[in-house]
Design a protein around this ligand. Structure first.
Ligand code: GLN
Length: 195
């Protein structure tokens, strides 16, 4: 198994480290040429979704990545990655043009909706994908305001959805790559194996 990790900006190194700990091979996607390699899944890391969206567009990656996800390539988006996958986003600056994104998952993400300070916290909550509690680190986090279609809610914190899955797409508003617990990554690897 070989996983592509989008490495344009943000916390991609931590995902790579976790994958290696789990014995899984990965490679960084920094340009279109990297994307051509054979891959079994894609991780879109946390960071800054506006920056990542613009880079995806400017590097010519937006359309091919969207096409791959729509054709069933398993994808795991954390935090900014969740925003990039969301079909709709609330909380973008009303005066700026709407930042480019993949928009493949049937949900509305609320961006920076906790407020600057409250968006960063650590907790533990039930993750349905592993049937146990997992640590959750939130950093200026989004949450999922609304889901549609066959989106399955996998975790909520204070009645806000913070993890969900729709077919081949998995998202978390928190950063499992920043904690030692590997349950969420293992769940993603299972999604790939069961494909
Ligand atoms: N607030 C960031 C954004 O809107 C996401 C934060 C994160 O990925 N840790 O893109």
């Amino acid at each position: 198994m070989r996983i592509a990790v989008l490495a344009l900006q943000g916390a991609f190194l931590e995902h790579e480290k976790m994958l290696r700990e789990l014995g899984v091979d990965c490679f960084e996607v920094r340009q279109l040429q990297d994307w051509q390699q054979k891959k079994d899944g894609l991780i879109i890391p946390g960071g800054e979704s506006t920056t990542q969206g613009k880079l995806l567009r400017d590097l010519g990656l937006l359309a091919p990545v969207r096409e791959a996800v729509e054709s069933g390539l398993p994808v795991f988006g954390t935090c900014a990655g969740l925003i990039l996958l969301a079909h709709d986003v609330e909380g973008n600056s009303p005066s700026a043009p709407v930042p480019p994104r993949l928009g493949t998952m049937a949900m509305t993400a609320a961006r920076n909706a906790y407020g600057r300070q409250l968006g960063s916290f650590h907790t533990e909550a039930f993750f349905k994908g592993a049937k146990c509690n997992v640590p959750m680190t939130f950093i200026r986090a989004p949450y999922i305001m609304k889901t549609a279609g066959n989106v399955e809610v996998l975790a909520s914190v204070d009645s806000r959805i913070v993890a969900a899955r729709q077919g081949n797409q998995l998202v978390t508003a928190f950063h499992p790559e920043l904690d030692a617990d590997t349950h969420v990554h293992e769940y993603f690897l299972k999604m790939i194996k069961n494909r």
